[in-house]
Design a protein around this ligand. Structure first.
Ligand code: ACO
Length: 401
């Protein structure tokens, strides 16, 4: 048998940790989570305080720079972001090449990766000025490209960004036709969306952020690294859960069917899971879910939206929180459980939910990518494995097999 001791002796230390449940891959000063106590801090600030007082753009500045901006710093940042919102005219042509009913996440990942073909003159990952520029461009262009993905998928002409609008208003303006969609242009909608963006802006070494760092560790450019993060986010066990939650609530249909859904989720012979429940790190509650739950009730009430799926969601939450299976495994509603209901109330289509998450998480991804490049001695990410294959054997020619 192959001698594992000999194979791994160069590492000095070797652990087997499937899913990296207890392995820190990096040091980071950006986000702190205490999963047992339900604590989430961005650069030391509690998420509850940022949600109540800040804006997404201010939070993006905080994640990138480590401190909240003063008025002049914020004005400069807002100015920079609003002057890089346009996408290259040639990038618009890409959309004609996508199938008309392509998933918006597919178009988003491809479009963001393609930015490295448009902004290739200042891609020196070792230059702090280039790195900052890439961060501004990504935060600025993400909503423009996201809205383009949506409008292309429904056959509408793309809309240019209006740079005199604030970040979230600008995005809503690009998404919807103002006169026919007054709902989305209401201040309640903009506030709700801004809050969702704050809550989704960063979450330390989750699957997509770790992906950005792993790709970044090879020296890949920022657009390629963020595009990789987008593809990792897409999966239903991660950011794709917000889309999956809504589809699942629709399938459950009425509160009467909740009990059978809970029963199914507990059946170990069935791969069915309650989407929007459980978290690798939070084993008490997800502080973001608490804030979103409250916001969901407020938004639906203020917009006068009556959504029967909210009743299904409430019943599901109640049933799961009382059920031993979920209690023993510490499975609580996570950030994605209620976010979809808010997006739906704002008229954002289900396929766009994970795109919304990606817009917000771009701030965190690029902050991590920059931190990685600012950290002296960063090494290429290179996990090892426990080999379980065949022992050494001799090649057998085709006529003897
Ligand atoms: N429904 C039913 N059972 C569940 C669920 C669920 N949603 N989540 C976990 N479990 C069970 C597992 O079957 C397992 O049971 P067992 O111990 O009897 O085998 C136990 O709880 C532990 O689950 P793991 O999958 O080992 O937990 P892990 O930390 O690897 O996964 C994850 C966390 C992916 C979030 C998981 O809870 C899940 O799939 N949830 C549904 C998808 C979801 O909502 N994802 C969004 C996460 S938040 C985010 O990424 C933004």
């Amino acid at each position: 048998c192959i001698d594992i001791g000999t194979l791994y002796k160069d590492t000095g230390h070797f652990t087997y940790d499937p899913g990296y449940a207890s392995t820190a891959s990096t040091k980071s000063a950006i986000t702190y989570i205490d999963g047992d106590k339900g604590v989430l801090l961005y650069r030391g600030y509690p998420i509850e305080q940022l949600a109540a007082n800040s804006s997404f753009l201010e939070v993006a500045y905080l994640l990138l720079n480590g401190e909240l901006p003063n008025a002049a710093e914020f004005d400069k940042f807002e100015h920079d972001v609003s002057h890089h919102t346009m996408m290259h005219e040639s990038l618009k042509n890409f959309f004609q090449g996508f199938h008309h009913d392509a998933h918006p996440m597919a178009m988003l990942a491809a479009s963001i990766a393609s930015l490295s073909a448009f902004y290739h003159d200042d891609l020196n990952v070792d230059d702090p000025v280039d790195r900052k520029m890439a961060a501004i461009r990504l935060i600025a262009k993400m909503p423009t490209i996201a809205a383009a993905c949506y409008r292309y998928s429904i056959g509408w002409p793309l809309r240019y960004p209006r740079n005199n609008l604030e970040y979230v208003d600008r995005f809503l303006h690009m998404m919807f036709e103002v006169p026919s969609e007054p709902l989305q242009m209401s201040p309640v909608a903009a506030k709700a969306l801004d809050l969702l963006f704050i809550l989704h802006a960063d979450h330390e070494q989750n699957a997509s952020t770790s992906t950005v760092r792993l790709v970044g560790s090879t020296g890949a450019n920022p657009y390629a690294s963020i595009a990789a993060g987008i593809t990792a986010l897409w999966g239903p066990a991660h950011g794709g859960a917000n889309e999956a939650v809504l589809k699942q609530l629709e399938e459950i249909g009425t509160p009467d069917n909740v009990a059978s859904a809970v029963l199914r989720a507990k059946d170990k012979n069935d791969s069915f899971r309650l989407m929007g429940f459980g978290h690798r790190v939070y084993k008490n509650f997800d502080p973001r879910a608490k804030i979103i739950r409250e916001m969901c009730h407020k938004v639906l009430a203020e917009l006068g939206v009556k959504d029967p799926l909210l009743d299904v969601a409430l019943k599901l939450e109640e049933a799961a929180l009382k059920d031993d299976y979920f209690v023993e495994r510490k499975l609580y509603p996570n950030v994605d459980f209620y976010s979809g209901l808010i997006y739906k109330a704002l008229g954002i289509p289900t396929e766009m939910f994970t795109v919304m998450f990606a817009i917000a998480r771009t701030a965190g991804w690029i902050a991590h990518w920059i931190e990685q490049h600012e950290t002296p001695g960063s090494r290429i990410g290179r996990p090892r494995q426990i080999y379980t294959g065949a022992d050494v054997r001799d090649y057998v020619s085709a006529d003897k097999r």
